[in-house]
Design a protein around this ligand. Structure first.
Ligand SMILES: Cc1cc2nc3c(=O)[nH]c(=O)nc-3n(C[C@H](O)[C@H](O)[C@H](O)COP(=O)(O)OP(=O)(O)OC[C@H]3O[C@@H](n4cnc5c(N)ncnc54)[C@H](O)[C@@H]3O)c2cc1C
Ligand SMILES: *[C@@H]1O[C@H](CO)[C@@H](O)[C@H](O)[C@H]1NC(C)=O
Ligand SMILES: *[C@@H]1O[C@H](CO)[C@@H](O)[C@H](O)[C@H]1NC(C)=O
Ligand SMILES: *[C@@H]1O[C@H](CO)[C@@H](O)[C@H](O)[C@H]1NC(C)=O
Length: 495
């Protein structure tokens, strides 16, 4: 009897699969999902004209995922329906939060369903309890504004348009990480639909293994509809000091020596550093631009940065701004371009664990010679993010999947290519720069922050050798069919 029953189940499953595959049509999926989701949910063909207007479009289209169907569920139960549908029919799915993920690994997703989380856009702050609950697609700028209005703070990144949940699922680093670690370190709980099609609320008390995985590798396990954070009373009455400076290329060695003197234990927890190196014809060649963020008074900030002022920077700016405005003004507003859509973004990255000044001088020299020989390579900008490790060290290595708590510089070698045709030549050069930075990284192998990764790195590079096995075992448990394997994914374990 039991055997007959199993046979029946297998046959039904096979027939469902055969129907989904043979129909092979977005229309069938639209019809099926329209019947299953609650009213208010939208389901359309991705080829419909309304897709571009009504659904979240991507920041980068250099290697974008493609879809045949797009759905906008209104509830977590709807999301679960779509995940269960994918499990039954073997149609692929990919969630879209803020649409700012840019790894080239996303380009492997062809056809299937775009689960647009736009309806999950609420932000609730409980001031007395010091908690904040956000939906799966809220943007950084809306989170920052809500925190500002409530007199609270958390680490928010340097691009205002990034999805805050997507950001948190990879860790989530920002100037206030020196005080509070990653955004994920501040999580209390998460509501997730896993790759098994289960709707769970996870925390330190319930499915703590999955909760650990969500804090740095979260996009591997399911779709998060809501996150609850612990928030902190605002420092310095919610005001932050941003200091911008430009240095001509010939000072690069001197500037890197100073940066080195702020690395590791010497970096005050209140100080964040965002530096960029690029070629600027109008300014006479290579330039180094620095944006400092200081969570404290202007006087304390200026005293701390005295050695930089003493080098007579070009066009120095000292701004006292509400903390949520930091991304608008840092490095003279350069990060605002991160809010553009449909860019041909070329991403590379490497973590540095020391500031190797002679190697950095060599890299800058190499950049200069390459750009002089080939001006379009001037689109490549190196950015350098250095937050105090004090905040990261508040949390034990074993508390979260996020693997970079030691003093780390996150170097990004990025470009907005002027056209799709230019992507390969720019990518080739940016990849060579990555290799040259890596030589002075203090590690024998490439290591990268998963959110900044290109997509060609090893699993060990993105998740660390220490954590790779435990995170992969978790994936085998919570996403056994590998539904969530498009964004710099963990490997599928075979057993
Ligand atoms: C200009 C720019 C600046 C950035 N600056 C920083 C920075 O300062 N610090 C930092 O840490 N990061 C930064 N990032 C990286 C950013 O955190 C990642 O790109 C992140 O993936 C963006 O999330 P998203 O929801 O916007 O992207 P999406 O493309 O929508 O999502 C990226 C991946 O996460 C998944 N995902 C998104 N939302 C959910 C969800 N609710 N549940 C499950 N999976 C989900 C998607 O399925 C996809 O696989 C920056 C990115 C850009 C483009
Ligand atoms: C969706 O797109 C259609 C056509 O482009 C438009 O008429 C409609 O108003 C849009 N709906 C929403 C909610 O934006
Ligand atoms: C499901 O689809 C993937 C690729 O889209 C394919 O490799 C796999 O064999 C399919 N599984 C079944 C059971 O058909
Ligand atoms: C960078 O600094 C070094 C040493 O301080 C100097 O020799 C070199 O010329 C500088 N590079 C550029 C591009 O100016």
């Amino acid at each position: 009897m039991a055997t007959l029953w199993s046979l029946f189940v297998v046959v039904v499953a096979y027939l469902q699969l055969a129907r989904a595959i043979s129909s092979n049509s977005g229309r069938q999926i639209v019809q099926d999902l329209s019947a299953q989701l609650s009213s208010g949910s939208e389901v359309i063909l991705a080829s419909d004209a309304s897709y571009a207007n009504n659904f979240t479009q991507r920041f980068s289209v250099s290697r974008p995922p493609s879809f045949s169907v797009a759905v906008k569920p209104v509830s977590a139960v709807d999301v679960r329906q779509v995940v269960q549908y994918a499990l039954r029919t073997n149609v692929s799915i990919l969630a879209t939060g803020g649409g700012h993920g840019y790894t080239w690994s996303l380009g492997r997703h062809r056809g299937g369903i775009d689960i647009d989380l736009s309806n999950f856009n609420t932000i609730k702050i409980d001031s007395a309890a010091n908690t904040m609950t956000v939906g799966g697609s809220v943007r950084s700028q809306d989170v920052a504004a809500a925190l500002q209005a409530a007199g609270k703070e958390l680490p928010v990144g340097l691009c205002m348009c990034v999805g805050y949940t997507g950001y948190t699922l990879g860790g989530g680093i920002g100037p206030y990480s020196g005080l509070y670690g990653t955004a994920a370190d501040n999580l209390i709980s998460a509501e997730i639909i896993t790759g098994q099609g289960e709707l769970l609320t996870v925390s330190d008390k319930s499915r703590s293994d999955l909760f650990y995985g969500l804090k740095g590798a979260g996009f591997n396990y399911g779709i998060v509809t809501s996150l609850k954070f612990r928030v902190h009373p605002a420092t310095n009455s919610g005001q932050t000091i941003v200091t911008n400076m430009i240095f001509p290329g010939y000072l690069n060695g001197t500037v890197f020596e100073l940066i080195k003197s702020f690395f590791g234990p010497n970096q005050p927890k209140e100080l964040g550093i965002a530096l960029s190196v690029g070629y600027n014809e109008a300014m006479g060649g290579m330039v180094v631009i620095i944006g400092f963020v200081y969570a404290g008074s202007e006087k304390a900030s200026t005293e701390l940065l005295r050695p930089f002022f003493d080098l007579n920077p070009i066009n120095p700016q000292v701004l006292d701004v509400p903390t949520d405005q930091v991304p608008r003004v840092i490095v003279y507003g350069a990060t605002l371009s991160g809010c553009n859509k449909n860019t041909q973004f070329v991403p590379y990255t490497v973590n540095l664990y020391k500031v190797d000044v002679p190697n950095l001088i060599k890299v800058v020299e190499y950049m200069k010679s390459e750009v002089e020989a080939n001006p379009e390579l001037g689109h490549v900008i190196v950015t350098w993010t250095q937050y105090a490790s004090a905040g990261f060290k508040k949390f034990a290595d074993g508390s979260a999947a996020f693997p970079y708590r030691d003093p780390t510089v996150f170097v990004q070698i990025n470009a907005y290519a002027p056209s799709a045709e230019m992507v390969p030549v720019i990518s080739d050069y940016a990849g060579r720069l990555r290799e040259r930075f890596q030589r002075g990284s203090g590690r024998s192998r490439l290591e990268t922050y998963v959110h900044f990764a290109h997509g060609d790195e090893t699993h060990e590079a993105m998740y660390s050798t220490r954590k790779l096995l435990s995170l992969s075992v978790l994936k085998a448990v919570y996403d056994p069919r590998g539904l969530f394997s498009w964004y710099n994914p963990l490997p599928a374990l075979r057993y």
